[in-house]
Design a protein around this ligand. Structure first.
Ligand SMILES: CC(C)(COP(=O)([O-])OP(=O)([O-])OC[C@H]1O[C@@H](n2cnc3c(N)ncnc32)[C@H](O)[C@@H]1OP(=O)([O-])[O-])[C@@H](O)C(=O)NCCC(=O)NCCSC(=O)C[C@@](C)(O)CC(=O)[O-]
Length: 299
C-alpha cells in the first residue's frame, strides 16, 4: 500500500500527557500549552477530561482551561467524557467534541473506569444520544489493544468487536491505544488487518505509547496499513494513571519529523511545536521526552 499524502495528528499532550503528573500544574500553564499548540498549527487538541477528580486529580480544572484557551476556527478542542455526567459537564464548558474510552481487557476496564467492558459500552449509549441532540462529535478510544498491564497479551480478535460496537454507536473514529507500549510493528499490522475487516481503516487511528521504544516503528507499520490519523503527545508527555510504568505517547515532534521525512503533510510547524514542548518541559522541570527536541537543543 502506498503512503498517504496527509496525516492528521491528534495532540493529546494536555490530556493524556498531563493527567499522570504528580505535581500540580496551574490552569495558566495548561492554557499556555494549548495556545502554543494552536499557534504551532495543530488541528486537533485534546484539552482535558471531565472525569472524577478523585480518580484523576490533575484533570480537575478542565472547565477552567476550556474557559481560557484561545479557540481558533477550524481547530478541534476535545475532552474525554466517561459517562453522561462527564458529557454534561463538557457541554456546559462549551466543548464541541468528546471522546469516550473503553478497553480491550476486562481488568483494565475495571481499574480505569470501574466497570466491565460491556457496562462501559452501555454507559456510552446515553452520551451518544445526548451528543447527537447537541451536535457534538464523539471519538472512541480502546485501551490495551496490544497488551494489558494486568492480563498480558491481548489478541486483535478481542479488539475488533469493541471497535465495531463503538462505530455502530456513532463514534466517527476509533483510536486504538497501545497503552503500555508493548506492541511491535508485526503485531500492529495484524491489529489493523483484523480490526480493519470490521471498521473502515479511514475511521481508525493509532495511539502508541513509547514504553518499549516501538512507537515510531508502530506508526510506520500503521501507515503501511492505510492508517492516517495518529495520537501523539508534545514532548512525549504522559503515561496512564492505571498502567504503572507506562511512558508517554510517541512525542509529537518526533512523529512530525518522521512524517516530514516521508513527505507527508500535517500543517504543523516543527519549530513552534518544539518551542511548545520546551516550554511545558520547563514548567515540569525536566528535559523534553522528544529526541528531536533534545537534538535541536544540543545543536
Ligand atoms: C468513570 C468514573 C467516574 C466511575 O467512577 P465510580 O466511582 O464508579 O463512579 P460513580 O458513578 O459511582 O460516582 C462516584 C463519584 O464520582 C462522581 N463522578 C462520577 N462521574 C463523574 C464525572 N464524570 N466527573 C466528575 N465526577 C464524577 C460522582 O458524582 C460520585 O461523587 P461522590 O458522590 O463520591 O462525591 C471514574 O472511574 C473515572 O472518572 N475514571 C476516569 C479514569 C481516567 O480518566 N483514566 C485516564 C483516561 S483513559 C486513558 O488515559 C487511556 C487513553 C484514552 O489515553 C488510551 C490509551 O493510551 O490506552
Amino acid at each position: 500500500m502506498s503512503l498517504p499524502t496527509h496525516v492528521r495528528l491528534v495532540e493529546v499532550g494536555p490530556r493524556d500527557g498531563l493527567q499522570n503528573e504528580a505535581q500540580p500544574i496551574s490552569v495558566a500553564d495548561k492554557v499556555r500549552l494549548v495556545d502554543d499548540l494552536t499557534d504551532a498549527g495543530v488541528s486537533y487538541i485534546e484539552v482535558g477530561s471531565f472525569v472524577s477528580p478523585k480518580w484523576v486529580p490533575q484533570m480537575a480544572g478542565s472547565a477552567d482551561v476550556f474557559a481560557s484557551i484561545r479557540q481558533q476556527p477550524g481547530i478541534t478542542y476535545a475532552a474525554l467524557a466517561p459517562n453522561l455526567r462527564g458529557f454534561e459537564d463538557a457541554l456546559a464548558a462549551g466543548v464541541k467534541e468528546v471522546a469516550v474510552f473503553a478497553a480491550a481487557s476486562e481488568a483494565f476496564s475495571q481499574r480505569n473506569i470501574n466497570c466491565s467492558i460491556s457496562e462501559s459500552l452501555q454507559r456510552f449509549a446515553p452520551i451518544m444520544q445526548a451528543a447527537r441532540e447537541h451536535g457534538v462529535k464523539v471519538r472512541g478510544y480502546i485501551s490495551c489493544v496490544l497488551g494489558c498491564p494486568y492480563e498480558g497479551q491481548v489478541d486483535a480478535e478481542q479488539v475488533a468487536p469493541i471497535a465495531r460496537e463503538l462505530r455502530d454507536m456513532g463514534c466517527y473514529e476509533v483510536s486504538l491505544g497501545d497503552t503500555i507500549g508493548t506492541g511491535t510493528p508485526g503485531a500492529t499490522r495484524r491489529l489493523f488487518e483484523v480490526v480493519g475487516a470490521q471498521v473502515p481503516r479511514a475511521e481508525l487511528a493509532g495511539h502508541f505509547h513509547d514504553t518499549y521504544g516501538q512507537a515510531l516503528a508502530n506508526v510506520y507499520a500503521s501507515l503501511l496499513e492505510g492508517i492516517n490519523v495518529f495520537d501523539s503527545s508534545v514532548a512525549g508527555l504522559g503515561g496512564c494513571p492505571y498502567a504503572k510504568g507506562a511512558s508517554g505517547n510517541v512525542a509529537s515532534e518526533d512523529l512530525l519529523y518522521l512524517l516530514q521525512g516521508l513527505g507527508i503533510e500535517t500543517g504543523i510547524d516543527l519549530d513552534k511545536l518544539i518551542d511548545a514542548g520546551q516550554r511545558i518541559s520547563a514548567v515540569l522541570g525536566r528535559a523534553s521526552g522528544s529526541r528531536v527536541a533534545r537534538a535541536r537543543a544540543a545543536r
